[in-house]
Design a protein around this ligand. Structure first.
Ligand code: SAH
Ligand code: SF4
Ligand code: F3S
Length: 482
């Protein structure tokens, strides 16, 4: 790499733009010439692999990282046997961390075989000081460590690592910056996620997200709409608006705007046929939003509305700011406006101090609402949160027993819900080839349920009408009707 490095030493700092995103485009350009030299030396292009461990927002960040690497000239590969591996981590529950630690060691063995390999760790785990300390101490082979606030800086950090040839660590405590207009890859050619806000201000007492993602910041509506239009022009037909609490969108903007108003604008974009969003906090879900959903032709008939617990006492301890009755009243209002709506939720079992009575309140809400599905989590203590300091942690055996009861309850209600549409014909967005059966495709209904049906892979990304012949619990088997 001699020549490139020599050339870099002659670079004048005054030439480097100070504003973003120009600065990152500058580094991408410099790295393109590094890549050319690598290709000449190695006789092949360098490969990259970004592994996402967390939520949709984490996945969206990974797409941005991939976009930067593709611009530099890396080509994607689907395993960790790559020249550049990035782990985009999650720390929402302890098992997310365990998964990452379980695999960093493996990267070390790969690097011994390919000493030029680069390894980067980023995402939510890296915002925790103890994690970064552990990596510095026990995983010296990691090249770059960065956090959630500066993912846009990947090119600059890679440049620094190549030039200095020692571990680069860059973690920001927080930011008020939103860097727009960097390249981004999307995994599918027909659907994509769009960030509408970053961070979270809610501080639910069990949750680490506000600590690792920082304060709530909304993107400007014109930037969001411009991105949606660009995606539509590229052929995207379904978009998912992303934020930890989309219902509080726009509150911090210079010219405040509600989430419902934003949805109205997104609805107007030609080419977009389906709009989804995630996640809705029950405390901020407005009548205006229900009205926009009810009258929209594009917003899907699905709402993810995390309840966390059915016990008013526990909800208070969780700092969720609604009661069991508030939640049930809200659900009634939503169902009255949209009888077809499919509701899904998140539930935590074993929050400190939870009793059998509290748990039965959760079961009661599950039965009353009739969720289409529910993600259930065993409470995980996250250091730094308010709940971590609570003394009355529930014994593991007890939590496991309740968890199994809850899974069973959910199975019963969700199967009953899914059955609703058996024997009807619905519009499906074809998503992929189904690997389970020869000649089978998988598509998604507006209500988010999946359907498998025979068909040609050329249909991927298009809408077809499918007769839902048989409900198999969480999905349907069907056939295309012309
Ligand atoms: N912003 C979203 C949730 C993001 S985290 C919301 O407010 O709904 C996704 C889910 O992880 C949460 O809904 C919650 O059910 C679960 N979760 C968060 N912290 C947790 C913890 N410490 N232990 C167990 N589950 C947790
Ligand atoms: Fe966590 Fe609550 Fe924010 Fe969701 S709303 S990310 S659960 S603090
Ligand atoms: Fe995990 Fe961070 Fe998302 S902690 S759930 S990846 S915001």
């Amino acid at each position: 790499m001699g020549n490139w490095l020599e050339h870099v030493k002659t670079m004048k700092t005054e030439q480097i733009p100070v504003t973003e995103p120009e600065r990152q485009y500058y580094y991408m350009d410099v790295l393109k010439s590094w890549m050319e030299e690598q290709v000449r030396e190695k006789g092949r292009k360098l490969t990259y692999h970004v592994q996402t461990f967390g939520c949709q927002m984490n996945a969206k960040d990974s797409e941005k990282l991939a976009g930067i690497l593709e611009t530099i000239g890396y080509v994607e590969t689907d395993t960790e046997k790559a020249d550049f591996v990035i782990y985009n981590t999650c720390t929402v529950r302890e098992n997310a961390n365990t998964r990452v630690y379980g695999r960093i060691g493996y990267l070390g063995t790969l690097k011994r075989k390919n000493p030029d390999m680069k390894i980067a760790m980023c995402g939510c785990m890296m915002q925790e000081a103890h994690v970064v300390e552990k990596i510095k101490k026990s995983y010296r082979f990691v090249d770059i460590v960065f956090g959630t606030h500066n993912i846009f800086k990947l090119a600059e950090l890679l440049f620094e690592d190549i030039v200095k040839n020692k571990m680069v660590v860059d973690i920001w405590d927080g930011t008020d910056q939103i860097v727009e207009d960097l390249p981004s890859e999307h995994k599918y050619v027909f659907k994509a996620g769009v960030n509408i806000m970053y961070g979270c201000n809610n501080f639910c007492s069990y949750c680490i997200v506000p600590y690792v993602r920082g304060r709530e910041r909304s993107r400007k509506p014109e930037d969001i709409i411009a991105e949606v239009k660009k995606l539509a022009a590229e052929g995207i037909v379904e978009i998912m608006l992303l934020g930890q609490n989309v219902n509080s969108y726009g509150k911090t903007l210079a010219q405040p705007m509600t989430f419902a108003e934003l949805l109205r604008e997104v609805e107007k974009v030609d080419g977009i046929r389906r709009i989804r969003f995630m996640t809705s906090h029950p405390k901020d879900l407005s009548d205006e939003l229900i009205e926009v959903m009810r009258t929209s032709k594009k917003i899907c008939t699905h709402l993810h509305l995390p309840m966390q617990s059915g016990s008013t006492r526990i909800l208070k301890e969780m700092n969720r700011k609604y009661t069991k009755e508030d939640y049930l009243t809200l659900v009634d209002k939503i169902k009255a406006a949209m009888p077809e709506i499919s509701l899904t939720t998140d539930i935590i079992v074993g929050f400190p101090g939870e009793t059998k009575e509290d748990f039965m309140e959760t079961v009661d809400v599950v039965r009353k609402v009739g969720f289409d599905s529910a993600y259930t989590f065993i409470y995980s203590k996250r250091s730094g949160t308010v709940a971590a300091k609570m003394e009355n942690q529930v014994p593991e055996e007890q939590v496991k027993e309740w968890f199994d009861i809850l899974l069973n309850e959910i199975k019963v209600v969700s199967e009953a819900q899914a059955n609703r549409y058996e024997g009807t014909t619905m519009e499906v967005l074809v998503e992929e080839v189904n690997t389970q059966g020869e000649g089978m495709l998988t598509g998604r209904l507006s209500n988010n349920l999946l359907v498998h049906f025979p068909g040609d892979s050329a249909l991927i990304g298009t809408f077809v009408n499918v007769y839902l012949r048989e409900c198999k619990g969480f999905y349907y088997i069907g056939e295309i009707v012309q």
